[in-house]
Ligand binder design. Structure first.
Ligand code: 5GP
Length: 194
């Protein structure tokens, strides 16, 4: 799931949480400062730059990228464990990281969450009151770059109405899980013996 900071990815995910109870959410590592209300190990694993660099060196990250002056990355082990146990995993990533994941895991379903308008995105970023003017401008510039690349994604959700965005999100997951190509050989065999 990709979309500008402030576009409402977290809000959609939280609203869809009851439906998503059987999906593992990957908690990223980041070097960015904690915002008020954020807790260690809940929204992110907040780490220092040397700690993050050590994660890169020891190949502990599935992907990583820089975003407006900080590092963000997906710890590899929890994703691998969840996938091995048959769970789907939800990643929230900016564009560079999303592309890395798609290269490594072509079966990944790519979802882009877009704001109703850039003006509205700017209003939400400002309303949050957590970033300096310089960071807001940089985040908006990144948002434009990501919007330019939205056609690389499998699905687009425009978050102009939260209820509708959540419904679309759930429908996409339902449809993806119903793909006939996901039936395993063992399931097919057992079906043929039923
Ligand atoms: P924020 O600082 O607003 O929490 O996140 C900034 C951007 O980093 C958002 O676009 C968010 O989706 C992205 N991001 C969060 N975690 C990761 C991650 O593990 N890897 C990558 N590549 N981007 C991430």
């Amino acid at each position: 799931m990709t979309g500008a900071s402030g576009v409402g990815k977290d809000t959609i995910r939280r609203a869809a949480a009851p439906f998503l109870s059987d999906i593992a959410y990957s908690i990223s590592a980041t070097t960015r400062a904690r915002r008020p209300g954020e807790e260690q190990g809940v929204q992110y694993f907040f780490v220092s730059k040397p700690e993050f660099e050590e994660m890169i060196r020891s190949d502990a990250l599935l992907e990583y990228a820089d975003y407006v002056g900080d590092h963000y990355g997906t710890p590899k082990a929890p994703v691998a464990e969840a996938l091995e146990s048959g769970q789907d995993v939800l990643l929230e990533l900016e564009l560079v990281g999303a592309r890395q994941v798609k290269r490594r895991m072509p079966e990944a379903v790519m979802l882009f969450i877009a704001p109703p308008s850039l003006w509205e995105l700017e209003r939400r970023l400002r309303g949050r009151g957590t970033d300096s003017e310089d960071k807001i401008q940089k985040r908006l510039a990144r948002a434009k770059e990501e919007i330019r690349a939205m056609r690389e994604f499998d699905y687009l959700i425009v978050n102009d109405d939260l209820d509708r965005a959540v419904q679309e999100f759930e429908s996409i997951i339902r449809a993806e899980r119903a793909r006939a190509g996901l039936v395993t050989d063992a399931e097919l065999e057992s079906y043929l013996r039923s």
